[in-house]
Design a protein around this ligand. Structure first.
Ligand SMILES: C[S@@+](CC[C@H](N)C(=O)[O-])C[C@H]1O[C@@H](n2cnc3c(N)ncnc32)[C@H](O)[C@@H]1O
Length: 428
C-alpha cells in the first residue's frame, strides 16, 4: 500500500516527504506559502487575464496540487474584485447600466454586475501532470490550511526538516473551499473508477492520516460515492436530506456551489511521465509551472531536450516558472532559446528561482523578474552550468546523472568553487 509521510509545514498547510527521493515535496517554510510566493505572485497572472480570452496553464509535477489550487484561488479573487469594481463603476458613472442598476436593490445590482463580469472573465484550462496517481487522487482531500495546528512529531527521521520547523511564519494565504470542491468534481469526471480505488479508500480510512484531511471534502466524496447513478427512493431521500443539510447548516457550501455554476474552468489531470505528455501535446500554454524534484534527483525534467519541448509549447508572451536557481537549469533554458530572469520578491527580500520566456518585454511590467547579475552569468559558464541531456526524452534519471557526472569530470571548465573564490577575492 502507498505510504504517506505528511506533516504540518510552518504555515499550517500539509507538506509531504518522499523517502525514495529523499526529498521534500514542499518547502517546510510553508507548502501553500511556497506555491504563492514562487509560482503565483511572479506569474503576473492579471496580465494574462486582461490580455487573453482563454488561458492555458501547464502544471508539471502537480503532486497534491498546491500550484493549481493557488492559481484557481487567484482566479476567484480576481472575479470577486472585478464584480465589485464593475458594480461600483456602474453605480457612480452615468451610463445606461449605471442608471439601470440604480433602480435595483443591492442583491440584484451585484447579480447584474456578476453577469457582466462573466463576459470579460477569461476561460481557464489547467493541464496538470504527475506520474503518481495516489497523490493526484488525494489532492482535494489534503488540508491546505489549519489555523490551530499543532506542530506534529515527524513520523520519519529528518534532521533538516526538524530544524527548519522551528521557523515561525505569518500565514497570509488561504484557499477557498470551492477550489477543492472543483478539483474533486473534476477528478470524479476524469477517473471513472475513483470510488473503487482501493489505495485511495484505504489511505482515507487510516486513523493516523485523518488529521491531514479535510473532513468536509471526505464527507462530500462519500456522498458522491453513494449517489452516483442511483435513482432509488432511498437515494432521493438522501439527496433531499443532503440538500436540507447544506441549505441550513453549511453556508460556505452554498456559496461554493454558486461559484461552481458560473466559472469557466477546465481541469485536465494526466497521470504520466511529464515528458510523454509534453511530447504528445499540441497545446500552447501561457503559464507553465515546473515543480519537479531537484535537478540532482530528477534530472529528466530539467534537461535541455525537455526545455526544447517547453519552448515549443510556450505562448510567445508566456512564462515558465521554477523554484530552481541552479546554474545548469539556467544554462539549459538559455541553450533552448529562452530568455531568463531571476525571481525576486522585494517586499520579502527573497530570491525564489528562475523564470524563462520568449519575449523579453514581459519583464517590463513584472516587478518580480530581475536580470541575472554578473555573478549569476559567470556561474553558468563554470562546471556547475553543465546541462543534463536526455536525447529522446526517454532515459531514466540514473543514466542521465551518470552521463552528466562523466561530462563534468572530463570538462575543462573552471569549477564553481574556484569561480566563487575568485569572485570573493575580486570583491575584497
Ligand atoms: C516537488 S514535488 C511537486 C509538488 C507539487 N507541485 C505539489 O503542489 O504538491 C515533485 C513531483 O514530481 C512528480 N514526478 C517525479 N517524476 C516525474 C515525471 N517524470 N513526470 C511527472 N511527474 C513526476 C512526483 O510524483 C512529485 O509529485
Amino acid at each position: 500500500m502507498c505510504k504517506l509521510y505528511p506533516y504540518f509545514t510552518n504555515d499550517g498547510s500539509v507538506g509531504l516527504f518522499s523517502p525514495e527521493a529523499d526529498d521534500i515535496y514542499h518547502s517546510t517554510y510553508g507548502a501553500l506559502s511556497e506555491a504563492y510566493e514562487k509560482f503565483i505572485l511572479p506569474a503576473n497572472i492579471e496580465y494574462y487575464f486582461k490580455q487573453y480570452k482563454k488561458i492555458n496553464v501547464l502544471d508539471i509535477c502537480y503532486g497534491i496540487g498546491y500550484n493549481s489550487k493557488s492559481f484557481l484561488n487567484f482566479y476567484f479573487d480576481y472575479e470577486k474584485n472585478l464584480t465589485k469594481k464593475l458594480y461600483n463603476e456602474a453605480i457612480y458613472t452615468d451610463n445606461i447600466l449605471g442608471k439601470f442598476l440604480n433602480i435595483l436593490n443591492r442583491k440584484n445590482k451585484l447579480y447584474i454586475a456578476k453577469i457582466h463580469t462573466n463576459n470579460i472573465l477569461p476561460e481557464i484550462f489547467i493541464h496538470a501532470i504527475d506520474n503518481d496517481k495516489n497523490l493526484f487522487l488525494l489532492s482535494p482531500f489534503i488540508k491546505t490550511q489549519n489555523r490551530f495546528f499543532v506542530r506534529d512529531k515527524l513520523s520519519f527521521e529528518h534532521e533538516k526538516i526538524n530544524k527548519l520547523r522551528k521557523v515561525k511564519v505569518k500565514s497570509k494565504y488561504k484557499i477557498k473551499k470551492e477550489v477543492n470542491i472543483i478539483i474533486l468534481k473534476k477528478l470524479i469526471e476524469n477517473f471513472e473508477n475513483i470510488f473503487e480505488e482501493t489505495e485511495l479508500n484505504e489511505i482515507l480510512s487510516i486513523k493516523k492520516y485523518k488529521r491531514y484531511f479535510d473532513r468536509f471534502i471526505c464527507s462530500l466524496f462519500q456522498f458522491y460515492k453513494f449517489e452516483r447513478g442511483n435513482n432509488t427512493l432511498l437515494s432521493r431521500l438522501r439527496t433531499f436530506l443532503h440538500n436540507i443539510y447544506y441549505r441550513y447548516i453549511s453556508n460556505s457550501h452554498k456559496k461554493a456551489l454558486k461559484c461552481l455554476k458560473t466559472k469557466k474552468i477546465n481541469f485536465k489531470p494526466e497521470i504520466d511521465d511529464a515528458r510523454n505528455v509534453i511530447k504528445n501535446s499540441d497545446m500552447t500554454y501561457q503559464i507553465i509551472f515546473l515543480d519537479a524534484f531537484t535537478p540532482a534527483k530528477c534530472p529528466c525534467l530539467w534537461s535541455k531536450e525537455f526545455f526544447d519541448e517547453l519552448f515549443k509549447h510556450l505562448d510567445d508572451n508566456g512564462l515558465v516558472l521554477t523554484y530552481s536557481n541552479s546554474a545548469c537549469v539556467r544554462n539549459a533554458f538559455l541553450q533552448s532559446g529562452f530568455h531568463i530572469a531571476k525571481i525576486y520578491n522585494a517586499e520579502l527580500n527573497k530570491y525564489y528561482g528562475t523564470a524563462a520566456f520568449k519575449n523579453k518585454n514581459i519583464m517590463i511590467n513584472n516587478n518580480f523578474l530581475h536580470e541575472l547579475s554578473e555573478y549569476d552569468l559567470g556561474l553558468i559558464k563554470t562546471k556547475a552550468g553543465i546541462v543534463y541531456h536526455d536525447k529522446n526524452l526517454s532515459l531514466n534519471n540514473e543514466v542521465i546523472l551518470a552521463a552528466h557526472k562523466k561530462e563534468t569530470e572530463n570538462s575543462n571548465l573552471i569549477s564553481s568553487s574556484k569561480f566563487i573564490k575568485m569572485m570573493k577575492n575580486f570583491d575584497t
